[in-house]
Write a protein that binds this ligand. Structure first.
Ligand SMILES: [Zn+2]
Length: 57
């Protein structure tokens, strides 16, 4: 699968809620406030969250 935003790139991470594949540049939770039943096991959310924490610190 290709990245949802970059058709020329490989989408290595998948948002299960929106069923979109994302490349490493696009990794970002689409809607952090909405309930998502996949969030606990979501690589997109976890990695995005880690990046956010780094910036805050
Ligand atoms: Zn991308």
């Amino acid at each position: 699968m290709k990245c949802y935003y970059h058709p020329d790139r490989e989408g290595v991470f998948k948002c299960f809620k929106y069923e979109r594949h994302l490349c490493s540049d696009c990794i970002r939770c689409q809607n952090t406030k909405a309930y998502c039943k996949y969030r606990d096991g979501c690589a997109v959310y976890l990695l995005w969250d880690e990046e956010n924490n780094k910036r805050i610190i």
